[in-house]
Design a protein around this ligand. Structure first.
Ligand code: PBG
Length: 328
């Protein structure tokens, strides 16, 4: 029976390491790849600052004045970053009538300087505007006043669009905010995309951010409006809802605690889904390196590839400005 000679299956040696013996093989076999174009770098601008302040735990990230922010963007562009997610804190905090003049100045100055060389994403939320640090407005009995909240959130979004923002990224998790913002923008013919934080958990990993963005709630927590990490179907439903309300792209957050959701959300909505490697995740890597427990650049590379493997279209990370050095 010539030609029918086969080794019995038990004799076939199935060794994965044959294709791993050198870097050229490993690169050839890489199932995930992406470039600097898929990264988004967050930036924190604070009206009260003259000198930049390092953010505890977030290596190479600062809270900055507008002038320092412009310098930082220039440097980041030379490191291949083209997407920036902006968080702005002003001196004025209020209960319900917000002064956005500093916000307008920051957005228009950045766009005047860098024009179409960058895409400026703007985080839209009330938590750095309200004096209580929550993402919403309350009635006297401390229940969320959703109508007033949506009015204010959509006003913020419109102000940012008028100032020249390229992307509106609502992060508040209020019911109906994507629809409301879309309507307000459409009414004035702004064809600016909305990339919603659509699946955002109430998480322990936002700590370093809240110091930087000056947005810790003075009372309670955000469990009333952010998602419960015990719930998968609810988390997917939240993204479907944003898609139905007109979001152009979606986002999960924190990245590592949502890694199982990206593909499902993508399949159910047919929208691209990005991942936000949040401050606590990044800080965990930075602080581990400080203790000599790992190599930060290698650990970042690993986490980014895992997000890509999970089918994240883009990655928001405090390490975006390191991506070129790491080899992306
Ligand atoms: C604002 C907002 C938060 C983050 C992004 N936008 C904080 C929060 O919801 O409490 C967290 C980002 C990070 O930790 O890196 N609502």
């Amino acid at each position: 029976m010539i030609g029918k000679m086969r080794l019995p299956m038990s004799k076939v040696s199935k060794k994965l390491h044959r294709l791993k013996s050198n870097k050229i093989f490993r690169d050839l076999c890489s199932e995930t790849d992406f470039t600097k174009a898929n990264f988004v770098q967050p930036l924190f601008v604070n009206e009260a600052l003259r000198n930049k302040e390092e953010i505890i735990g977030l290596k190479d990230n600062f809270v900055m004045s507008l002038e320092d922010t412009l310098r930082q963007i220039n440097e980041d562009i030379s490191n291949g970053v083209n997407n920036f997610l902006l968080f702005i804190s002003s001196k004025n905090k209020s209960l319900d009538s917000f002064n956005l003049s500093f916000h307008e100045k920051v957005i228009s100055s950045i766009k005047d300087e860098f024009k179409d060389n960058i895409n400026l994403w703007t985080d839209v939320c009330l938590c750095s505007l309200t004096d209580h640090g929550h993402c919403c407005l309350f009635d006297k009995d401390n229940s969320i006043n959703i109508d007033k909240t949506l009015d204010e959130i959509s006003k913020v979004a419109l102000t940012y669009a008028e100032a020249g923002a390229d992307i509106i990224a609502p992060s508040d998790m209020m019911d109906g905010r994507t629809l409301k913002i879309r309507k307000v923008l459409d009414a004035l013919n702004f064809s600016i995309p909305i990339i919603s934080y659509s699946t955002k958990f109430s998480s322990n990993f936002y700590g370093p951010f809240r110091n930087a963005a000056d947005s810790s709630p003075l009372f309670g927590d955000r469990k009333q409006y952010q998602l419960d990490y015990r719930n998968k179907s609810e988390a997917i439903r939240a993204s479907i809802r944003c898609a139905e309300e007109g979001a152009d792209m979606l986002m999960v957050k924190p990245a590592m605690t949502s890694i199982d959701l990206i593909k499902d959300i993508k399949e159910k909505t047919n929208l691209m889904v990005g991942a936000y490697q949040v401050s606590g995740e990044y800080a965990g890597i930075c602080l581990s390196e400080d203790k000599g427990l790992l190599n930060m650049e290698e650990a970042l590379e690993e986490t980014w590839h895992v997000m890509r493997r999970a089918e994240a279209q883009f990655i928001i990370t405090y390490g975006a400005r390191l991506a070129k050095k790491i080899g992306f």
